[in-house]
Design a binder for this molecule. Structure first.
Ligand SMILES: C[S@@+](CC[C@H](N)C(=O)[O-])C[C@H]1O[C@@H](n2cnc3c(N)ncnc32)[C@H](O)[C@@H]1O
Length: 232
């Protein structure tokens, strides 16, 4: 199989209405959609987001949901990436255009660029279509700006010794899938917090609270935005 054009599409945080027009039009036309799933038997959240568009389509479409596990175990990663490549190349025979869909934006902690690396020998052309990030969606629903004026924002995947300095210097810190919550609370005590869980999905939850009092569940689709200002 040779992929004439590969699209990396950000489908936004989960609400289909937050898809860009460009993403919508492209998803209506491509021959194949590759939707990453985090583990065997688990539906891809990105695919769930674009389900309606797929149902509306009248032209033929091939959909695959390979597993891209969230692990640092290289043997496991090599196994699953090899399996994904085989599946895409086998099922995509005859497909000219392929869309790899990802939650939020493809430039932010997404598997898209890794996918591109693995498939670059069979891809002629690439186009990346940006998406609404999870934290933009959280901020919009909370109606609280992420930053104003000359405020500094950082996006932190983990509160640890490496990120401590950046956290200390930032006015707003965005934590994706917050870990080490007790450490975050110690470092940013007294700050205002916005916690978004499954934002954009039907059962979304949004909590606006002082960081000291907030209860952060261990949920994959949780985003915590902390603003260093006293709550009014
Ligand atoms: C691997 S990162 C991908 C980020 C994504 N590319 C983006 O632009 O938002 C996954 C993390 O994004 C956040 N996230 C993605 N979608 C979300 C949603 N609908 N609600 C809350 N947080 C979300 C969570 O912190 C999750 O652990």
């Amino acid at each position: 199989m040779n992929i004439g054009k590969l699209y990396g599409i950000g489908v936004g945080p989960g609400d289909p209405e937050l898809l860009t027009l460009k993403a919508y039009k492209t998803l209506k036309e491509v021959d194949m959609i590759v939707a990453p799933s985090s583990r065997e038997g688990k539906r891809s959240l990105a695919l769930l987001t674009v389900e309606r568009i797929i149902k509306e389509r009248e032209n033929e479409l091939i959909v695959v949901e390979p597993v891209f596990p969230m692990t640092k175990d290289q043997t496991k990663l090599d196994f699953y990436w090899g399996k994904a490549r085989e599946e895409v190349l086998e099922k995509g025979k005859g497909c000219e255009t392929v869309a790899f869909i990802t939650l939020g934006d493809p430039s932010l902690y997404s598997t898209f660029y890794r996918f591109l690396e693995i498939f670059k020998d069979v891809v002629d052309e690439v186009e990346v279509i940006p998406g609404v990030t999870s934290f933009s969606a959280c901020s919009s629903i909370a109606k609280v700006p992420i930053a104003e004026g000359n405020e500094i924002v950082s996006i932190v995947p983990e509160a640890n010794d490496k990120s401590a300095e950046v956290i200390g210097r930032s006015d707003t810190v965005v934590f994706l899938k917050p870990k080490n919550v007790e450490r975050i609370k110690k470092m940013l005590a007294g700050s205002k917090a916005i916690l978004g869980i499954k934002i954009g999905f039907e059962d979304q939850e949004l909590v606006l609270e002082n960081l000291d009092a907030i209860d952060v569940p261990d949920h994959y689709l949780a985003t915590l935005i902390v603003k260093k200002e006293e709550e009014e």
